[in-house]
Design a protein around this ligand. Structure first.
Ligand SMILES: [Zn+2]
Ligand SMILES: [Zn+2]
Length: 293
């Protein structure tokens, strides 16, 4: 237990991932940002385990809900103290302060004064209501940046909720393209090393589930004429899957071409920022809102 309160402590797999990045000249410059984010994420999750109340978050009859394609959690019912969220927000702003952004900084006093309604925000992050667009208009922050800001604060909290449920969720029968827990569209995917099966990843609650390989998760297109992918370098494990029907893209890690070990999507997402820029330049866009109630 001696490491519990040390800020330097991270689980071994995360520590070795950071060490690897620092030794890789391609990612050296991003290593510090990734390290800070992983630490923030881990510390927030550990703290959230003690902080949150998950009563009524997980609905009964989970296996049949999974089979029917109904969400198995309702994160709008998750109770989190406002002081905890406001503290996490300030801490998060400290680690992104390097990329100085006045508009983001204008959110800090708004959070501290209680002007930001966290319960509306929490609902918006699981695709209920349009509070994010209201904030976006009010503060003039670019939508994807605004979402990623709050997603980074809530992801470890949602993850802690799943862990606190004490349940194991068998998602093998889940067929939808949105996240079974929070209903969001996937942010990335991976192709499993041995089977080639595709797994989609939800950035908002860090869950993953199996999905058909040749089907667009955003519009359901299955005509392979409209499904394509591109990459920068043949030897790289990273590629971008694109759909010409809805013009959405999804970054993918092909484990066959990658290093061994579990894919840490949070890290892979930052490592592949150049692919987001490229995809947008090619006329594709990221779809973030999934299932809505
Ligand atoms: Zn999710
Ligand atoms: Zn599509």
């Amino acid at each position: 237990m001696k490491h519990t309160h040390s800020e330097e402590y991270l689980p071994e797999d995360l520590e070795s991932c950071i060490a690897e990045l620092k030794n890789d000249r391609l990612y050296q410059s991003a290593a510090e940002q990734i390290e800070n984010l992983l630490k923030f994420d881990y510390e927030t999750k550990i703290a959230a385990l003690e902080e949150i109340d998950i009563t009524d978050v997980f609905i009964d009859n989970i296996p049949s809900r999974i089979e029917r394609g109904e969400l198995i959690a309702d994160f709008t019912r998750l109770k989190v103290q406002e002081s905890f969220l406001s503290n996490r927000f300030s801490e998060f702003c400290k680690i992104i302060v390097k990329e100085k952004n006045e508009k983001v900084e204008s959110l800090i006093p708004a959070v501290q004064s209680g002007e930001i309604d966290f319960s509306l925000l929490q609902s918006a992050l699981v695709n209920r209501g349009d509070y994010l667009s209201i904030l976006q208009r009010e503060f003039g922050i670019e939508p994807l940046l605004l979402i990623s800001l709050f997603v980074n604060i809530y992801r470890p909290i949602f993850e802690a909720a799943v862990e606190l449920s004490g349940k194991t969720f068998d998602l093998s029968q889940w067929k939808k393209s949105w996240c079974p827990f929070c209903g969001s569209f996937p942010c990335m995917s991976r192709l499993e090393k041995d089977t080639g099966k595709r797994y989609l990843w939800c950035m908002r609650c860090n869950s993953e589930w199996h999905f058909k390989r040749l089907k667009c998760p955003f519009c359901g297109e299955e005509d392979t004429k409209n499904l394509d992918y591109f990459y920068l370098d043949d030897g790289s494990p990273y590629r971008v899957d694109v759909c010409r029907s809805c013009n959405a893209y999804l970054k993918t890690v092909d484990e066959k071409k990658g290093a061994s070990g579990k894919v840490l999507f949070l890290v892979e997402d930052i490592k592949t920022t150049y692919l987001d820029l490229l995809a947008v330049k090619e006329g594709f866009h990221k779809k973030v809102k999934g299932y809505e109630q």
